[in-house]
Design a protein around this ligand. Sequence first.
Ligand code: ASP
Length: 412
Amino acid sequence: MEKKRKLSLPAQIFIGMFAGIVLGYFLIGHGDFTTTWIKPIGTIYINLLKFLVVPVVLFSICDGVISLKDLKRVGSVGLKTFVYYMFTTALAVVIGLVLANAFSGFFAPLPSAELGALEYEAKTSPSIMQVIVNIFPDNLFKPMVNADMLPVIVISILFGAGILAAGEKGEKIGELVNCMQEVVMNVMMMIIKITPIGVFCLMTDVVAVNGASVIGRLALVIGVAYMGYILHVVIVYGLSVKFLAGMSPIAFFKVLAPAMICAFTTTSSNATLPLNIECCNKMGAEPEISSFVLPLGATINMDGTAIYQAVATIFIACCYSIDLTLADMAMVVLTATLASVGTAGVSGAGMIMLAMVLTTIGIPVEGIAIIAGVDKIFDMGRTCLNITGDATCALFISRLEKNKKAAASKAA
Ligand code: ASP
């Protein structure tokens, strides 16, 4: 009897995305229909991924810390990860600034009547110091209930460290955390199986709703942002994967494709986290490293968001005919890098944090209204980049740790 061949999950996800684009194209102008009837099915998929984010981060990071076995190692892996994340994010801002400046001659100033009519309430953008203070929880459950990931990460690291420090008694709890991690991963696998349907529904709605507006005057700034995304992928990630992770970039992107498509359609790094962990482990990342580095990255490492913020800042400045000095640009690098740390891995968060960058440079925050309508399109690309950056780091740190282990066992 001939066995029926089943399509692989990545192939199914790709077909889902493609079919969504085609159907969305035919439904351009019927956005109300897709938003009412098709998008909710995608929303169910995103909800399922989202509810799992807190347990995934909590148990992954805690288990990651425990399996690193000593606190010194946790510190050294954490530090290397942080330096890599900040360095690649700063590079991303520079790429965004260089490109946006190169094209700034084409970003026409808006007539003052149009500028006067702009409204944007940026009430949720915190200051830099507030971002730092908010990292530290004043309550165990509040951050989990609100899915506030930075404090959840701090809680996970502290409990992981406490378990290690508690010696024999901690071991029992460590085993429990490991079992919970296994259970959460199995729930995750069940949800991941419906990714093709979720991707199909979300894509249909995005194309049907945004299809026409992209052709308008914002096409250029969207194009510049995407150019930045692509350059960053090719130059920074290509080189990093090849030389730091010691892997073929083509093989890397092939295995990571399902996670990239998931990020592109869900526009949430958090929602993509489970799939990203799975893809990285498939590529040979050490599970204890990926379960520590990836949840951290989904929260603090946002290279795509940084590129978007650089491009959007220059674009909005041009709309207001504001000339930015070199010192302003340096400030953009600093604030956009910090803003990307404070940006939650959820849909649209990067636009809210853009307000922080604009305020620091002295550009009217209402300018965000010019690009807010097509934020989804920026967000798709930037989220895709955000999770790719996390994956390159997981592979790089895994390689460092493997080399360290090999050197230690040779010396023994
Ligand atoms: N949606 C992005 C993410 O989840 C964050 C952003 O809006 O820039 O990574």
